[in-house]
Design a protein around this ligand. Structure first.
Ligand code: GA4
Length: 335
């Protein structure tokens, strides 16, 4: 469990939400259908967010990792801390990033490049480390393939050449991809009807594409173009995909990096497993020439390292692309 004292609670943001808006219109894309690539592009432009079904990842991979994750987060704090501090990889609780952001959360952050094999040191007591490592490795390999399939379909629909121009970033052995396991513990005394506790504050993901799977507990909200927050009904057998900042830049703003947040409303534990597909630190990030035929570049070229360096001096809610834009202010950067 997360160790949180009552004064710690005072520092966490309590936000008021309008009465439970549950958005049912989130795009659901069936990857087995021939026209899914057009739908993927539409969803990336309109929402920067969608759900995929018939994705080919065995349910068994998800449930095995979920069971192992539950075991891991049930360990005593001292055992979880043996994974090392999350700076940047390891176990963390409450603190998110290095600049004062906090949430009602504990998590494990891991490297996720294609060569990386998750191994010990891992907590040993009451828990079988090798089965946890196996489940992480099995799951991350499968979702990496899924992310690459989605990127290839998008490239095909947009006629980006070569077809693997986007997925190659994730398949690069030096890819800076990250894997995150999040646990939002229940906090019943805060479950007042008009209040919600912030599990993970609003932000956009830095990377190219995010693949998220959660258990059946609600909490995720996405920010629409008009600034309203919509709650995403959980679905433990599907994946939710976020467009990240790097993808917004690669498409010169055609795709929208979606602002999102997680509320931990107190009744049930929420568990999520998230793969963030990223370029290598030396990769140059700038719009693909195809997107510059009719429009000038909205972004200055940067290396992924430069973006990351700036990102780690930012607060969670900051717009991390502002400093790389060629225009005064982004037109559609949410709230
Ligand atoms: C948001 C998306 C991923 O969870 C993450 C986060 C990272 C962290 O928790 O260490 C960051 C955050 C995330 C964006 C800005 C920086 C970095 C915390 C923070 C304040 C792992 C990532 O890649 O960027």
């Amino acid at each position: 469990m997360v160790v949180l004292s009552n004064p710690a609670l005072d520092q966490l943001s309590l936000i008021k939400t309008q009465k439970g808006t549950t958005f049912s219109g989130i795009p659901v894309i069936d990857l087995s259908l021939p026209d899914c690539k057009t739908e993927l592009v539409k969803a990336c432009e309109e929402f920067g967010f969608f759900k995929v079904v018939n994705h080919g990842v065995p349910m068994e991979f998800m449930s095995k990792l979920e069971a192992e994750t539950v075991k891991f987060f049930s360990l005593p704090l001292s055992e979880k801390e043996k994974a090392g501090p999350a700076s940047p990889f390891g176990y963390g609780n409450r603190r998110i990033g290095p600049n004062g952001d906090v949430g009602w959360i504990e998590y494990l952050l891991l490297q996720a490049d294609p060569n990386f094999v998750y191994q010990e040191p891992m907590p040993a007591s009451r828990h079988n480390p090798s089965s946890f490592c196996k489940a992480v490795n099995e799951y991350t390999s499968a979702v990496r393939i899924l992310a690459c399939q989605i990127l290839d379909l998008i490239a095909e629909a947009l006629k980006i050449q070569p077809r693997n121009a986007l997925s190659q970033y994730l398949l690069d052995t030096q890819s800076d991809s990250v894997f995150r396991l999040n646990h939002y513990p229940p906090c019943p005394e805060l479950d007042a009807p008009q209040h919600n506790l912030i599990g993970f504050g609003e932000h956009t993901d830095p990377q190219i594409l995010t693949v998220l799977r959660s258990n059946n507990t609600a909490g995720l909200e996405i920010c629409m173009k008009d600034g309203t927050w919509l709650s995403v009904p959980p679905d433990q057998s599907s994946f939710f995909i976020n467009v990240g900042d790097a993808m917004q830049v690669l498409t010169n703003g055609k795709f929208r990096s979606v602002r999102h947040r997680v509320l931990a409303n107190g009744k049930k534990s929420r568990l999520s497993m998230i793969y963030f597909g990223a370029p290598s630190l030396t990769a140059k990030v700038s719009p693909i020439p195809l997107f510059l035929r009719e429009e000038k570049s909205r972004y200055k070229e940067f290396t992924w390292y430069e973006y990351k360096k700036a990102a780690y001096s930012s607060r969670l809610a900051d717009n991390r692309l502002d400093i790389f834009t060629t225009e005064e202010k982004e037109a559609c950067d949410g709230v």
